[in-house]
Design a protein around this ligand. Structure first.
Ligand code: B1M
Length: 214
């Protein structure tokens, strides 16, 4: 039963069936599956398969795009269930996907889960120029700046963003966390970020530790 429900979520996303995705997610929730299981074993697993098919030349950008839309449609149902955290953290976060990078699903998940944990989140969207991060830090005075990148070609924009914050004299006023599929601990250290998280829930743990421990 559980497997069938997860299979139908997986299929809706893999096939880019935008109308079917919300219903499949709702059915799994109604059957008592946890939001985390639905997200990780249904939705993200399907997206990984989409990536594999794209790499193999069986899917094109158009299919990746429709699958992303189906995932987003499913997320709209899942959103309140991912935000049910009982522990509330105080802190402000400015988040965005770096310049040149249009991938925003992972970033949206991180933003959503930070909000669920009680953070005030200013989401600048995808393709954010370093100067927009600088302006947002001046405007919102966040505790944390969170940078996402999904492409190896846009990872260097994380460095450029950190450099822009340094040049504006703001680097010491914020903690910077980074993440996204091609990013790792080593890269975070290399660009002098303050931390790296491999997924949205660990980004929340990291952000909480940063506002608690300073
Ligand atoms: Co693109 N794409 N894409 N794509 N796309 C990838 C990333 C790719 C790996 C596919 C592949 O080849 N297997 C590949 C990158 C290769 C590389 O650089 N190594 C790729 C490519 C090549 C491209 C284009 C260049 C294709 C082209 O045009 N020829 C193009 C680039 C456009 C641009 O950005 N300039 C492109 C375009 C697109 C679409 C627009 C069609 C669409 C994005 C739609 C959207 O986001 N609104 C898309 C999609 C959907 C993907 C895949 C299939 C799925 C990404 C996704 O949403 N995953 C992806 C393949 C894959 O990842 N398997 C692929 C689900 C999401 C929940 O995971 O974003 O990894 P993710 O987020 C995770 C963690 O990474 C982490 O938390 C999340 C999980 O909890 N995380 C953070 C993310 N940010 C974080 C920040 C943090 C902490 C954790 O702290 C701040």
């Amino acid at each position: 039963m559980e497997e069938e429900l997860l299979d139908s979520i997986f299929a809706a996303i893999l096939d880019g069936d935008i109308p079917a995705a919300p219903g499949a997610v709702q059915a799994a929730l109604d059957a008592g599956l946890s939001a985390e299981t639905i997200l990780n074993e249904g939705m993200i697993a399907a997206m990984s398969r989409v990536g594999e098919l794209y790499e193999a030349g069986d899917y094109y950008v158009a299919e990746m795009f429709t699958s992303a839309k189906a995932l987003q449609a499913g997320l709209s149902i899942l959103r309140p269930h991912l935000q049910n955290s009982k522990v509330q953290a105080a802190g402000t976060v400015v988040i965005g996907t770096v310049k040149g990078d249009m991938h925003d699903i992972g970033k949206n998940l991180v933003a959503m889960m930070l909000e669920g944990a009680g953070f005030q989140v200013h989401d600048l969207g995808p393709d954010v120029h370093p100067s927009r991060f600088v302006n947002a830090v001046l405007e919102h005075k966040p505790d944390i700046v969170a940078l996402s990148a999904l492409l190896t070609t846009t990872m260097p924009a994380m460095q450029t963003t950190i450099d822009a914050l340094s040049a504006a004299g703001l680097r010491d006023q914020v903690k910077i966390i980074v993440g996204g599929a091609p990013v790792n601990d080593e890269y975070a250290e290399h660009i002098h970020a303050d931390g790296y998280a491999p997924d949205a829930s660990q980004a929340v743990t990291l952000a909480k530790a940063m506002v608690t421990n300073g």
